[in-house]
Ligand binder design. Structure first.
Ligand code: GLC
Length: 540
């Protein structure tokens, strides 16, 4: 195994996954090359030049492994395979080769918490109580009244326990009954999953985005979860309880460290964790001595109200909570969350883009955000997402955030020659990649400018973050190295406001502005900002 990089060096901001920009490709919806209406691996390869030109550094591809698709690929039946729907292993190798050829990185999804119920491991495990793989999953007897062993709930609705008729025990599933949870207390499970990760590392992938990392291990005594006094009817039924015994257990960090030791035994790899937890719990996933995930995904921009004071406080708290060598990151969207452009509208989504790309920490973009794609309303009878179907009265379907990418103005917006698997955004002149590439004022052109500036300026990708000011409309901060100092001023509302902080004097040149008014202007001590304006100023 390689010697570990000293902590101080790891926090320099110079490693590829620290200074780079990650772009999530939800494979089903990116680009379809075989006309079946579903995106595929070749479809991603065909768009690599687009991604390179956009300026991103790393592509995260969502699961393309063999799967019954009950949870659209997050129910894997063979982790070392490629589902025919998405292509072949050769297509994957070609995608990886061509990504690397263009100087970009590729990371894949790793789903270690559960498998599909069609996975060979589970088929064996459920075949009899004496099967050697029985203990690879989480089984429990019914109580005297025939009920599950405890009150744990499934994220997609209902009990987390499913009765197995044949062997007369319950098994636990944090998601669908077709996604049984693996028993990570079993060393054989640990070994087997780590071997599967090794398979992809050997192929040359640059790292993993580990699915639901905070779920991996559960309380060994199966204690009941306590009630959640703040539960509201419109929330998923899962929120009725506080999952203190079914998630975020102390032992999870030993498992993550094992994954990290594995990825660290290959040069330059990254381990990313999907974790939805409050900040003080989230940062524990960097692990003792930073031997945990290098990037525990920080979803605050997706979950916080869009209020400048709250956001400014959240940034400060996050910066303050990071362990010494922990590198920050910020996520702008993903396949489980409503799109920024829908929540904020197009004009504020531009402000959000400037925020994301000027904060300290690795930014993650979600495909389509760069053109301002919004959620697409899906009629009730077309809902496909299990979360939507299982709790139909709560409007929880994630389909709207997964609509196929509009590439141009042709039939099916150039996504597919067949019928897209999911409804697409209504065709418009402006909302497609081709049109936006030609329009210097488009969202895509803005993203390209912001990304280019960030890549060019070390102060923006690795400089210090210093808060300057926030009120009910504005947020302002500095990003600085010894050489350069940038002031970012963002108006998070659609009303005019003034930036004139009492104790902060400045003079500088506007390097990038969201509206035409201020371009290349010199500003000093006071700025009037129109609604939805954002400025990056290089301080003299
Ligand atoms: C993660 C994925 C989500 C999936 C779930 C279960 O949260 O992002 O799409 O449904 O895990 O695997």
């Amino acid at each position: 195994m390689q010697a570990k990089t000293p902590k101080s060096e790891r926090a320099s901001g110079d490693l590829w996954w620290q200074k780079g920009i990650i772009y999530e490709v939800y494979i089903r919806s990116f680009n379809d090359t075989n006309g079946d209406g579903i995106g595929d691996l070749k479809g991603i390869t065909a768009k690599l030049d687009y991604l390179k030109d956009l300026g991103i550094d790393c592509i995260w591809v969502t699961p393309f492994y063999e799967s019954p698709m009950k949870d659209f690929g997050y129910d894997i039946s063979d982790f070392k395979s490629v589902d025919k729907m998405f292509g072949t292993m050769r297509d994957f190798e070609e995608l990886l080769r061509q990504t690397h050829q263009r100087g970009m990185k590729l990371i894949v999804d790793q789903v270690p918490n559960h498998t599909s119920d069609q996975h060979a491991w589970f088929k064996e495990a459920r075949s009899s109580r004496n099967n050697p793989k029985r203990d690879w999953y989480i089984w429990a007897d019914a109580d005297a009244a025939g009920n599950p062993p405890n009150n744990w709930l499934a994220m997609f609705g209902g009990s987390g326990w499913e009765w197995d008729e044949q062997t007369e025990q319950f098994y636990y599933h944090a998601f669908l009954p077709e996604q049984p949870d693996l028993n990570w207390r079993n060393p054989e499970v640990q070994k087997a999953v780590l071997e599967e990760m090794r398979f992809w590392l050997e192929k040359g992938v640059d790292g993993f985005r580990v699915d639901v990392m905070w779920h991996l291990i559960k309380d060994e005594y199966f204690r009941d979860n306590p009630d959640n006094p703040d539960y509201k009817e419109e929330q998923p039924t899962y929120n009725q309880l506080q999952p203190v015994y079914s998630t975020d257990q102390p032992e999870v960090h030993d498992i993550i460290e094992k994954m990290r030791n594995l990825t660290d035994s290959y040069p330059d790899r990254v381990l990313i964790g999907e974790i939805y937890l409050p900040i003080h719990q989230l940062v524990s996933y960097y692990g003792p001595d930073n031997q945990g995930a290098q990037l525990p995904f920080n979803f605050q921009l997706l979950t916080l109200p869009w209020e400048p004071k709250k956001i400014a406080i959240a940034i400060d708290q996050y910066e303050g909570a990071l362990p010494n060598a922990g590198w920050p990151n910020w996520v702008m969207g993903n396949h489980d969350q409503s799109r920024m452009a829908s929540k904020l509208g197009e004009a504020q989504a531009r402000v959000a883009a400037m925020l994301l790309l000027t904060l300290r920490g690795t930014p993650t973009l979600y495909y389509g955000d760069e053109i301002g794609l919004q959620d697409v309303k899906i009629p009730k009878d077309e809902v496909q997402d299990p979360q939507g179907k299982l709790m139909p009265d709560k409007d929880l379907s994630r389909d709207p955030y997964r609509s196929p990418m509009p590439w141009n103005n042709s039939e099916n917006a150039g996504f597919s020659t067949g019928k897209p698997w999911l409804r697409m955004v209504e065709k418009t002149e402006k909302l497609n990649v081709e049109a936006q590439l030609q329009n210097p004022d488009s969202m895509l052109s803005l993203y390209k400018k912001l990304i280019a500036l960030r890549r060019q300026e070390p102060a923006l990708y690795k400089g210090l973050y210093r808060p300057v000011f926030s009120d009910n409309q504005l947020i302002a901060y500095l990003r600085k190295t010894e050489e350069k100092n940038f002031l970012v001023v963002l108006n998070l509302t659609d009303k005019t406001c003034y930036f004139k902080p009492d104790r902060f004097k400045f003079k500088g040149k506007v390097m990038l502005s969201l509206l035409p008014d201020h371009e290349t202007e010199t500003v000093e001590n006071e700025i009037k900002l129109k609604g939805n304006e954002g400025l990056i100023i290089e301080i003299e």
